[in-house]
Write a protein that binds this ligand. Structure first.
Ligand code: DAT
Ligand code: MG
Length: 138
């Protein structure tokens, strides 16, 4: 069993796509073991995307991620990290495979509907950034 961290990003929440995205998660082999709707602060966004702080898109990314509420969640299942990345599709919706969330719901490389952890270490860090252990179903 593995856990990964997911965000339904502001563009998707704003357009009423939260339900569609959660439906795809629930139709998959992944289980939602924690979930909350929140507004990220500037500090939250900057800390969450710290790995990208030297990139030219960092400021725009933080502006966007704080532009409205997001839904944060912990997903659990076998190979949860790669399964969730597969469901999401490539970072750039234009390059994402047919039938993926980003292909179907993403607007562009920045407003790409969802986030997913990329490795076990980042998954653990990202989960701990948003959820206390007692908030996650065992
Ligand atoms: P992913 O979200 O697929 O893990 P990433 O970690 O490389 O992609 O980048 C994090 C986020 O930063 C991504 O979801 C959207 C934004 N981003 C990445 N590349 C970008 C670019 N070239 N222009 C604008 N935003 C970008
Ligand atoms: Mg990433």
């Amino acid at each position: 069993m593995e856990r990964t961290f997911a965000i339904v990003k502001p563009d998707a929440v704003r357009r009423g796509l939260t339900g569609d995205i959660l439906k795809r998660i629930e139709a998959s082999e992944l289980t939602i073991v924690a979930m909350r709707k929140i507004q990220l602060s500037r500090a939250d966004a900057e800390k969450f995307y710290d790995v990208h702080k030297a990139r030219p898109f960092f400021k725009g990314l933080c502006d966007y991620m704080t532009s409205g509420p997001v839904v944060v969640a912990v997903l659990q299942g076998e190979d949860a990290i790669s399964k969730w990345r597969q469901l999401m599709g490539a970072t750039d919706p234009k390059k994402a495979d047919a039938g993926t969330i980003r292909k179907d719901f993403g607007i562009d490389v920045e407003q790409n509907a969802t986030h997913g952890s990329d490795a076990p270490e980042t998954a653990a860090q990202e989960i701990a950034f948003f959820f206390a252990a007692r908030e996650i179903l065992s």
